[in-house]
Design a protein around this ligand. Structure first.
Ligand code: ARG
Length: 442
């Protein structure tokens, strides 16, 4: 197995973006104090079906000097073991009930799965520590009705701390004990949430066979801005109930974490790319912020908006920009870290500026802004310099483009030839409104 797993690590490395980006994220993750880097939540299904890939994605983090905290379930394995032993799993009312025999089996199954992960890691030369018990203290809910099922009341961090300090990756099973040491089953989502609350990690990773959240066309949705998207996604008929549950769980976690924290949904294969590139490869979930749409400058702090544009483009905006333009719609994130400014040209919405501040890149706010923009404007055209780094992203979001020596004009939603022609001409003739920074030009 370790040959295959080693190959996977090499593949993960090769998959990454530019060295500059990787270094930037390495630095960022290394700066947060040891145990706060990341909690990786692994479902029992991944442990059962994808142990090699799981181990190599964690080994990858270990190789670059990071020590995540791993929390795993073993739901499907437990179900199978109980079935095999003929132990019932529910009470008369159909609720989950864990009998004496059931908890005995659960303990064995979790311990076995815990060791499988640790062994797989050790076979890749990763120093890992099994933590099958001793983290989650729980109270029995109702011994008579549901048996050995508990609520987490306390999270003990001693074992985790000691292992992270020694740069050993702690591998924790989601099982609890009462204060007197009786093992109890706890809900895996609850355990993950309580652990996150206690550790306050910078990243929470949901490692699942699904490499992200998929939209109605089956494409991976790059970012979810909960403040904007939560209600809509929870009501969407095309979103699977499993994914809805993940969203709910992500929201509950982010609500008890610092605003800089985020949740990533990724598969073992795309985890490295998710963590070490701006674009990511899975789905990045943040509490996020609202994006507002204005029709005039009223209610906008114009100087702040100017600052955002200049930061995003690394250029100076002409002084009279805001006086001269006739705006159609201005989309603006509450934090003034992302904006899309639209005018109407030839009767068609023209994206005059799309900017994300440097520090918000990789934050998902740009992707979220684009989703909003595309949902509310059936047609759009815009231009970018031929050497703009964002062009691949624009190509992916347009249905057509025209290239001149200096500009690429992009559009979507335009089909009539004469309309396209008028729009392209008008985009090419648009006067400049940004100039190089004086330092840069001198
Ligand atoms: N690597 C960065 C992070 O982990 C950005 C990830 C962006 N991911 C995405 N799916 N849009 O925070």
């Amino acid at each position: 197995m370790s040959d295959r797993a080693e190959d996977l690590i090499v593949k993960l490395l090769r998959n990454l973006g530019s060295k500059k980006e990787v270094d930037q994220y390495l630095k960022l993750f290394a700066e947060v104090d040891g145990r706060r880097f990341a909690v990786i939540k692994v479902s029992g299904g991944v442990v059962r079906d994808e142990l090699d890939a799981l181990a190599s994605s964690i080994a990858f983090l270990d190789r670059v000097g990071l020590t995540p905290v791993v929390l795993h379930g073993a739901g499907p394995q437990l179900t199978a073991a109980l079935e095999e032993a003929g132990v019932s799993r529910t009470n008369d009312e159909g609720e989950r009930r864990v009998t004496d025999r059931g908890i005995e089996i659960a303990r064995k199954v979790y311990q076995r799965e815990n060791l499988r992960i640790v062994d797989a890691l050790e076979s890749l030369d990763v120093d890992a520590r099994p933590v099958p018990t001793g983290v989650f203290e729980a109270d029995l809910i109702d011994r008579r009705k549901v048996g050995f099922v508990g609520h987490v009341t306390k999270v003990h961090l001693d074992l985790i701390d000691s292992s992270v300090r020694g740069e050993q990756i702690p591998v924790i099973a989601s099982l609890g004990e009462t204060s007197t040491g009786q093992t109890v089953a706890v809900n895996a989502d609850e355990a993950a949430r309580e652990l996150a609350k206690a550790l306050q990690p910078f990243k929470v990773v949901f490692l699942s066979p699904h490499d992200g959240l998929r939209d109605e066309h089956g494409e991976i949705r790059s970012a979810v801005n909960l403040a904007e998207d939560y209600d809509e996604l929870m009501a969407a008929p095309w979103l699977t109930s499993g994914m809805k549950k993940k969203l709910e769980e992500a929201k509950a976690m982010l609500e008890v974490l610092p605003r800089s924290s985020s949740v990533a949904v990724a598969s073992p294969e795309n985890l490295a790319r998710e963590l070490f590139t701006h674009k990511g490869a899975g789905t990045l979930i943040r509490l996020g912020e609202r994006i507002r749409c204005f029709e005039t400058l009223e209610g906008i702090d114009v100087e702040r908006l100017r600052g955002l544009l200049e930061d995003g483009f690394g250029k100076r905006l002409f002084l009279d920009y805001f006086e001269k333009k006739q705006f159609f719609r201005i989309y603006l994130a509450d934090s003034y870290r992302a904006t899309a400014i639209l005018t109407l040209e030839e009767g068609v919405p023209y994206l005059d500026k799309f900017a994300v501040t440097k520090d918000a890149q990789g934050d998902g706010i740009g992707a979220s802004l684009w989703q909003r923009l595309a949902a509310e404007n059936d047609k759009l055209f815009w231009r970018a310099r031929v050497d703009n780094e964002v062009n691949p992203w624009y190509f992916a979001r347009s249905t057509g483009s025209y290239r001149s020596e200096r500009w690429i004009v992009f559009w979507y939603g335009l089909t009539a030839f004469d309309e396209i022609e008028r729009c392209v001409r008008s985009a090419l003739e648009m006067p400049a409104s940004l100039k190089a920074k004086p330092e840069a030009s001198s």
